[in-house]
Design a binder for this molecule. Structure first.
Ligand code: NAD
Length: 295
């Protein structure tokens, strides 16, 4: 049993905390939203009043926050982790943030004798609940080995991809593939629906072939039910694709389809759908084609 600090108790963080508790670990939890701390306490965690308070108690701290600015605030900011973390503490940031920001936070941590891994995840809320996330990690082998068993309480796989920042670089690749896959599925289903074929039949006919995908399995049932409850919010996917475009610009890697995907997501966000699941990309195509993909 280890005492683990956990900061960020949202859609992903809370079920991840529950899996750590289920595995017999002690968790000290903090979120800026009091109700989220209460939910973690109800699940068996100990609540804390700040990130600093979490750090004062725990030799291992996990963060699961929206983006880089929130990670910087929780770790480097006033009342943050670095104000109280002891030398030798390991910080595992499981948020999806820009690789450059992960490196920046890790450098500030290293100056205080704290090791950091960036360890974003894929799999979404269902796999966070199941404890079967795919975890992609950047950082030093030794720190990775020290936390591997704990990360595997929340994941089905956990791969060290390279140095600090590599976890988030891989996550950007993941997010490009997911966004373009949802767009491809939406475009194809809008076409086949408009041309008069029941979307349920399209799904049944092609899910087992080469076009089938984890995205298709997860998102087509949501689209055909008109259920766009998140899951993974459109505004968070915009954040990830912007981080991908920034990384593409700094590495001279062109991302033409990602440019189009972010335009679609931004259009939906402007129309007030930013808090919908990213499967609502289908709504963009539904509007264009004047059809609803339901069945
Ligand atoms: P969320 O918005 O549901 O949760 C984020 C939590 O962080 C909120 O409870 C918020 O109150 C808290 N928070 C914000 N700033 C804080 C601060 N300074 N200190 C303490 N708490 C703070 O988001 P989520 O869906 O749980 O996503 C978390 C991260 O995981 C994001 O980077 C996201 O891109 C990534 N992710 C999400 C999914 C998904 O399907 N939801 C899947 C894979 C990865």
């Amino acid at each position: 049993m280890k005492k683990i600090g956990f900061i960020g108790l949202g859609i992903m963080g809370l079920p991840m905390v529950k899996n750590l508790l289920k595995a017999g670990h002690e968790v000290v939890a903090f979120d800026i939203v009091a109700a989220n701390i209460e939910a973690a306490v109800a699940a068996g965690a100990k609540g804390a009043g700040s990130s600093k308070e979490v750090a004062a108690e725990c030799p291992l701290i996990i963060t699961m926050l929206p983006n880089g600015p929130e990670v910087k605030e929780a770790v480097l900011g006033a009342g943050g982790v670095l104000e109280a973390a002891a030398q030798g503490t390991i910080l595992v940031d499981m948020s999806s943030i820009a690789p450059e920001v992960a490196k920046e936070v890790a450098t500030a941590c290293a100056a205080k004798g704290i090791k950091m891994l960036d360890a974003p995840v894929s799999g979404g809320e269902p796999k966070a609940i199941e404890g079967t996330l795919s975890i992609m990690v950047g950082g030093e082998q030794q720190a990775f080995d020290q936390v591997y068993d704990i990360l595997m309480c929340m994941g089905a796989s956990c791969v060290l991809c390279g140095e600090i920042g590599a976890g988030n670089t891989v996550k950007l690749a993941n997010q490009i593939i997911v966004a373009l896959n949802i767009a491809a599925v939406s475009e194809a289903f809008a076409l086949s629906t408009k041309a008069g074929v029941d979307p349920a039949k399209v799904f049944a006919a092609i899910r087992g072939g080469l076009a089938g995908s984890t995205v298709m399995e997860a998102k087509v049932p949501m689209i055909t039910a008109g259920n766009f409850k998140p899951g993974f919010k459109i505004d968070l996917h915009i954040k990830d694709l912007q981080n991908a475009l920034d990384t593409g610009a700094s590495t001279a890697a062109p991302l033409p389809f990602t440019e189009k995907a972010i335009e679609i997501l931004r259009d939906l966000s402007t129309k007030g759908l930013g808090q919908n699941d990213h499967s609502a990309i289908a709504k963009y195509y539904e509007n264009l084609a004047g059809v609803e993909i339901r069945g």
